[in-house]
Design a protein around this ligand. Structure first.
Ligand code: FAD
Ligand code: DHB
Length: 400
């Protein structure tokens, strides 16, 4: 068994784990990140694409925002489309000049892993059989993470463990049963997403409500479109040849004003189920959960990645206070601090999802109600300002 020692043992090299490791490094705190996938896999995995202003500011202020500033597409609004008409929500006017930046999650991951490795940070990729021990409140030994790398067993001991291993990770299930309370809603639909080599047919995102189901037009660059349609969670991607996806997108995004959807070769496609999920508390003894390990939002508000960043900012500050002064106050408050923001973001993601998707079993009354809500949100300054404020991102330090 190879033994290693660090201050913070981090499980998972997604946004939560890498941002945490980066922020800790800037505070002079040592960490080791372990990840069960390969570096190439995590740096190519297609996921989210919308960064809140606070996420962008954090990256720029901490020295990992150079490429983001160069390549990111800054937007000061989004469009809501329903009844074949488009309504613009103007963030510049409604959200105090804040905007969002389109920059793929895997590009964020590349920038962060490059920065960590360049600074001498340790990330172990392709590890197996990961387990966590001795983090319970009264454990007399130091927390440890065991794993195998290239067949060899390792033990990493640390002062604390950060469980940043996503929804399917091992950290959350390692907490004894009965400690965590689960709050959950599973939606009766999923998103089928594609990347296409086609210039985006709109400068800014279009969220479309349609009687055949939700559709979203997003992008990755001036030449790459990212598009989604609501589908059944049981749908088999093999039943969706490209032509069928484009046909559905044309129908759901259609307008009366001559707008055209540009097609192009589809380079990636996949189906993502949707759920809202929160565990309380987000900590137990010396284990702190962050990001998708602790909560999942449906993607309609584009919040998953941003919420992971907000968590680890709180966590990095708490570790920093502990190592500077020995005080445990912020660590003890970690979960309470995060959850105040997490629940507001859960509410917003649920609300956007409910307003824009077709729910099986809904009747004509419900559809009229959704249309009335869209009409209200786009017609009332108060309502559109609320959407704008949430979409660009609530203050990162809301709960502190
Ligand atoms: P993750 O990114 O999941 O990172 C966790 C890391 O831990 C992964 O690299 C994983 O390989 C690793 N890991 C897991 N188990 C172990 C283990 N036992 N040992 C070591 N490492 C482990 N959000 C949006 O806002 N918009 C979107 O369009 C969108 N699309 C998505 C599509 C998919 C398929 C998924 C799964 C999520 C999507 N999300 C989207 C959500 C967003 O990507 C996540 O909220 C974000 O990745 C959370 O970051 P994280 O670091 O908490 O978790
Ligand atoms: C994207 C994803 C989202 O979940 C969303 O709400 C907007 C855009 C995207 O992948 O670009």
């Amino acid at each position: 068994m190879k033994n290693m020692r660090t201050q913070i043992g981090i499980v998972g090299a997604g946004p939560a784990g890498l941002v945490l490791s980066h922020l800790l490094h800037l505070e002079g705190i040592e960490s080791v990140v372990i990840e069960n996938r390969s570096r190439q896999y995590v740096e190519e995995r297609v996921r989210a694409g919308v960064l809140e202003q606070g996420t962008v500011d954090m990256m720029v202020e901490t020295g990992v925002g150079e490429r983001l500033k160069r390549e990111g597409l800054v937007h000061y609004g989004v469009n809501l489309r329903f009844s074949r008409r488009t309504h613009h929500i103007n963030f510049a006017e409604l959200a105090g000049g804040q905007g969002i930046t389109i920059y793929a999650q895997h590009e964020v991951i590349k920038d962060l892993s490059n920065a960590r490795l360049a600074a001498g940070g340790q990330i172990f990729y392709e590890v197996e059989d990961v387990s966590v021990d001795n983090f319970e409140p009264h454990s007399s030994s130091k927390p440890s993470i065991r794993f195998r790398k290239d067949g060899e067993p390792y033990e990493l001991t640390s002062d604390f463990i950060a469980g940043c291993d996503g929804f399917h990770g091992i950290c959350r299930p390692s907490i004894p049963s009965g400690v965590l309370e689960v709050f959950e809603r599973v939606y009766p639909f999923a998103w089928l997403g594609i990347l296409a080599e086609a210039p985006p047919s709109s400068e800014e995102l279009i969220y479309a409500y349609h009687e055949r189901g939700f559709a979203l037009l997003s992008m990755r660059s001036p030449t790459i479109s990212r598009l989604y349609i609501q589908c059944s969670p049981e749908e088999d991607i093999l039943n969706w040849p490209d032509a069928r996806i484009w046909e559905e997108l044309h129908r759901r995004l259609a307008t009366d004003d001559g707008w055209k959807l540009t097609e192009g070769p589809v380079t990636q496609k996949g189906i993502t189920p949707m759920r809202s999920f929160v565990i309380e508390p987000m900590q137990y003894g010396k284990m702190f959960l962050a990001g998708d390990a602790a909560h999942i939002v449906p993607p309609t508000g584009a919040k998953g990645l941003n919420l992971a960043v907000a968590d680890v900012r709180v966590l990095a500050r708490a570790f920093s206070e502990f190592y500077k002064s020995g005080r445990t106050h912020l660590l003890e408050e970690y979960s309470r601090t995060c959850l105040r923001r997490v629940w507001k973001v859960q509410r917003f993601s649920w609300w956007m999802t409910s307003m824009l998707h077709l729910f099986e079993g809904d009747n004509a009354f419900d559809q009229r109600r959704q249309l009335a809500e869209l009409d209200y949100v786009t017609g009332s300054r108060a309502a559109s300002q609320s959407l704008a404020e949430n979409y660009v991102g609530l203050p990162m330090d809301w709960g502190s």
